[in-house]
Design a protein around this ligand. Structure first.
Ligand SMILES: *Cc1c(COP(=O)(O)O)cnc(C)c1O
Length: 360
């Protein structure tokens, strides 16, 4: 493995998991135990996760997408039921709704916070609306006060916000159910992996039943959406480091803000509860050539959402989302990013931005 200094001379990737000796030892212990599939380490991780959040129940899954699919199934959402999701999000949400043959109804976002716009959601509610999936985008809580008043079941999507809070209370504790992802690039990582939390034991029992098929009567379709003890062992260690991860991200975000605030670009909403899963900056123009320029300079950056869902579906009528998508770029931010690397990114960002502005 390369050390930090050698690494910093190379390309600085857009994302990087923060894993170390402790995770390696935890995995070795599982391998030595001989039980590598779902077993008692998963159970322990579920309990620790529920305790950390202060929720009654947690069920581990093979991914965040699987967690979403299971929640929709357990809520009884099926063919032609409408589920509202923002357009400005990855296609995992679209896929989960389509898995149950539901109808995805796309909503606009708030251009300042990038979160689903409660007023736009309200206009799209019909008698067929069965749920709203609410992602807390880039580590900042959605407007839960307004969303919870809409009187439609809400699924909090905390894939980008584990460890984040809203009015000082941890995300994932507000709605009927919440899902989490532990994919390699997320706030805490187990490679692949996910979690469902809820205070409803009925919902949780349905999910436990649906996620595993073996040694049961085939009286309904079931899935294989289990987490392994290998993943859970990594998860336990990462969970213990989560508060520190959040602090590190806030430190890096402060460093970015201090250096970039005079540049006349849009920076993340100033909010002490933002945990900065992504550091998103907004320009006045399309940021495509800036992304290319920075990449050539050895800085991994990207549009924070690959493509809005309405564009995948060849739909129009989402001007706020279109504007945000075109003009937004995400800079590297993760706990293992060193202050000197952040300095490098800032210097190169300012240079490339100047070149861009001169060309225009
Ligand atoms: C990553 C992500 C998911 C999906 O999680 P996977 O573990 O990759 O399946 C769902 N929602 C949001 C907002 C995400 O960022």
């Amino acid at each position: 493995m390369k050390n930090q200094v050698e690494r910093s001379l190379d390309f600085i990737p857009h994302s990087r998991p923060t894993l170390g000796e402790e995770e390696a030892r935890a995995v070795a212990a599982v391998i030595e135990s001989g039980n590598i599939a779902e077993g008692e380490v998963v159970q322990r991780f579920e309990r620790a996760f529920a305790e950390k959040l202060g929720v009654k129940h947690a069920v581990a899954t093979s991914s965040g997408t699987a967690a979403l699919h299971l929640v929709l199934l357990a809520m009884g959402i099926g063919p032609d039921d409408e589920v509202i999701i923002p357009s400005y999000v990855c296609t995992a949400l679209l896929n989960a709704v389509l898995y149950v043959r539901g109808r995805p109804i796309l909503a606009e976002i708030d251009p300042v916070t990038y979160n689903i716009d409660p007023d736009d959601v309200q206009k799209r509610i019909t008698t067929r609306t069965k749920a709203i999936i609410v992602p807390h985008m880039f580590g900042l809580a959605a407007d839960l006060d307004k969303l919870l008043k809409l009187d439609v079941p809400i699924i909090e999507d905390c894939a980008q916000a584990v460890g984040g809070t809203y009015r000082k209370r941890l995300l994932g504790t507000f709605a009927d159910a919440a899902i989490f992802s532990f994919y390699a690039t997320k706030m805490m990582a187990t490679g692949e992996g996910g979690m469902v939390t809820s205070s409803s034991i009925e919902l949780i029992e349905r999910i436990r039943d649906l996620k595993t098929y073996d040694e049961k009567e085939a009286d309904k379709v079931r899935y294989n959406y289990k987490m392994t003890d290998i993943q859970a062992a990594i998860g336990e260690v990462q969970l213990g480091r989560l508060d520190d991860f959040v602090d590190q991200r806030k430190r890096i975000a402060d460093q970015y803000v201090n250096s970039l605030k005079s540049l006349n670009i849009k920076l993340p909403e100033e909010n002490s509860e933002h945990i900065h899963y992504r550091f998103v900056v907004g320009l006045k123009t399309d940021c495509n050539s800036l992304i290319q320029g920075l990449t050539r300079e050895g800085i991994g950056c990207a549009r924070p959402v690959f493509l809005p869902i309405h564009r995948h579906l060849k739909m129009t009528g989402y001007p706020v989302t279109d504007n945000v998508w075109k003009s937004s770029l995400s800079l590297p931010i993760y706990p293992s990013l060193q202050p000197n690397e952040v300095e490098q990114i800032i210097t190169k960002f300012i240079n490339v931005l100047k070149c861009e502005r001169n060309r225009q």
